[in-house]
Each structure stands twice: as structure tokens, then as C-alpha cells.
Design a binder for this molecule. Structure first.
Ligand code: HEC
Length: 124
């Protein structure tokens, strides 16, 4: 009986600590573009804010194209020049701010952009 209690409490502790570790990983990790079950990325709620905070100083209306201001971003980049849904990682809107561009995506931002394109680059 005592052994059973010990085994049971080890199991319960495993659940508790295992559960915490799992939550922690979920919070820390960037979205995985190759995960078909990844939650849907929203263009307006998750991609536009990246453009607004990092890109529109140059990519403004009448400035450097593409125009990435919130009202125009989608129509500006919704073309084969910027988005390639059959090979998302080759999309210019993903690759350009990765290398030596004036502003670059953080790892998490790059993963969001790639996931959004992988999910069909919707105006969502
Ligand atoms: C300091 C100004 C500046 C900032 C900030 C900036 N860019 Fe640019 N961007 C440019 C300039 C200048 C060009 C054109 C020259 C070139 O292609 O590098 C350009 C070109 C681009 C192009 C290619 C356009 C084309 O049609 O060939 C993309 C895509 C792009 N930027 C995306 C972004 C994104 C996304 C951000 C924010 C993460 C960003 N840029 C931030 C100045 C900027």
C-alpha cells in the first residue's frame, strides 16, 4: 500500500511538473511554420503590427515600395513579387528583411510571417 502511494505521488508530480514544462515551452517557442496544426496567424492582428513598428518609417504611402502602412499593406504585398504560396520561404516579404536589410525580423516575427504565407497569405 505504501509503495502504491509513492508510485502514485511520483506520477502526480510528474503530471504537475511535466505540465508546467510543457506550458513554458509553448510560451517561449516561436510558432512553427511547418506545423499543419499551428494556430492561424492573423494578418491584421499579428503581421501588420510588425510592419508598423519596424518598417513604415521607410515603407510609407508614397515612400519606398511596398507601402506597408496598415491600410495598404495587404494590397501592396498581395502579388507574386512579394508572396509565393507554393514556396513560402522564397517570398520577398519574408526573405528581404532577413539578411542585411535596414530592418530585420526577429526570429519570432520571421516565423509568424512564414507561417502566415504558408497558411495561404490571407487578408485575415
Ligand atoms: C531605413 C529604411 C527601411 C526600413 C526601416 C525598411 N526598409 Fe525595406 N527597403 C528599403 C529600401 C531603401 C528598399 C529598396 C532597396 C532594396 O531593395 O534594398 C527596400 C526594399 C524592401 C523590399 C523589396 C522591395 C522590392 O519590390 O524589391 C521589401 C520586401 C522590404 N524592403 C521589406 C521591408 C520590411 C518588411 C521592413 C520591416 C521589417 C523593411 N523593409 C524596413 C528601406 C527600408
Amino acid at each position: 500500500m505504501k509503495a502504491l502511494k509513492i508510485i502514485l505521488s511520483i506520477f502526480v508530480m510528474g503530471l504537475i511538473f511535466g505540465g508546467c514544462a510543457y506550458n513554458w515551452i509553448l510560451e517561449e517557442e516561436a510558432v512553427d511554420p511547418t506545423d499543419p496544426d499551428a494556430p492561424e496567424v492573423s494578418f491584421s492582428a499579428q503581421i501588420v503590427p510588425i510592419f508598423s513598428s519596424k518598417c513604415i518609417t521607410c515603407h510609407s504611402t508614397g515612400g519606398q515600395s511596398p507601402d506597408l502602412t496598415s491600410d495598404n499593406a495587404y494590397s501592396s504585398i498581395n502579388s507574386s513579387r512579394y508572396i509565393n504560396t507554393s514556396d513560402p520561404a522564397s517570398s520577398l516579404i519574408y526573405t528581404k528583411p532577413m539578411g542585411s536589410h535596414s530592418q530585420t525580423y526577429s526570429t519570432a516575427e520571421a516565423a509568424l510571417v512564414l507561417t502566415w504565407i504558408t497558411q495561404g497569405a490571407q487578408n485575415n
